[in-house]
Ligand binder design. Structure first.
Ligand SMILES: Cc1cc2nc3c(=O)[nH]c(=O)nc-3n(C[C@H](O)[C@H](O)[C@H](O)COP(=O)(O)OP(=O)(O)OC[C@H]3O[C@@H](n4cnc5c(N)ncnc54)[C@H](O)[C@@H]3O)c2cc1C
Length: 200
């Protein structure tokens, strides 16, 4: 909801003004971004429907300025699906939170798929025995996909991209942040360019 024009109109309401053409509007957006006049950027809203593994969801939901609603495994046992990476990374020994693309054991993917399906089998057996969904879900692994809606304003979305599209973020969440960054380029090109220039 909204665009670069929304940002400009929100800023110019101070004196009941509106857009003054693209050159002046761009200048105003760049001025606000440079000087941390952030509130006009909060009037552009993005809503995302995200399917991601649980461990990515955990990282994502640390961003408290988003509003979330998520699939609940207390309510449904449908559509169980697992993330199985094709490539594996080794532990970076210098950076505790880092990983390296030098791990070549492809058999790990097959093992993870088997492990996930065994967990699903255990889960289904628990349900068959009458165990509540809210308890049976304990046996499902971290690579289980979840789905959530996340709604956020442009200011806080840029903050999210700044933290999660950069190299210190885990590769998996980074792919989402990079995709989001590409998508918003279409909707708020001037604000995004100003953010890249002055904030990033
Ligand atoms: C590479 C990386 C590694 C991380 N590692 C860990 C880790 O090991 N353990 C861990 O627990 N977390 C970790 N985090 C999560 C991190 O600490 C933040 O919780 C997360 O990135 C959300 O950032 P944020 O609080 O700035 O965003 P948001 O929650 O969206 O908040 C945006 C801004 O609003 C303000 N704000 C929001 N809520 C409050 C509040 N309650 N009080 C004051 N100001 C507030 C702050 O200025 C904040 O920067 C990691 C994050 C990254 C990117």
């Amino acid at each position: 909801m909204g665009s670069d024009d929304t940002v400009v109109s929100a800023a110019r309401v101070s004196y009941l003004g509106e857009s003054q053409g693209s050159y002046k509007d761009r200048k105003l957006i760049r001025y606000m971004m440079k000087h941390h006049h952030t509130s006009p950027f909060e009037h552009v809203i993005f809503q995302w429907k995200i399917k991601c593994p649980l461990f990515v969801r955990s990282q994502w939901h640390r961003h408290r300025t988003w509003s979330y609603n998520e699939l609940s495994r207390r309510y449904t046992s449908d559509n169980i699906d697992f993330y199985v990476p094709i490539k594996w990374r080794s532990q970076d020994t210098e950076n505790k939170q880092g990983s390296l693309w030098d791990f070549s054991d492809v058999s790990q993917s097959l093992r993870l798929r088997r492990y996930s399906l065994n967990a699903l089998d255990y889960y289904n057996k628990l349900l068959e025995q009458g165990v509540a969904r809210e308890m049976a879900r304990m046996v499902l692994p971290q690579n289980l996909y979840t789905v959530f809606y996340g709604t956020v304003d442009l200011h806080n979305l840029l903050h999210f991209i700044g933290l999660r599209a950069e190299e210190h973020a885990q590769w998996e969440i980074r792919q989402y942040a990079i995709a989001i960054e590409e998508i918003i380029q279409t909707y708020v090109p001037v604000s995004k360019e100003a953010w890249d220039h002055f904030v990033r």
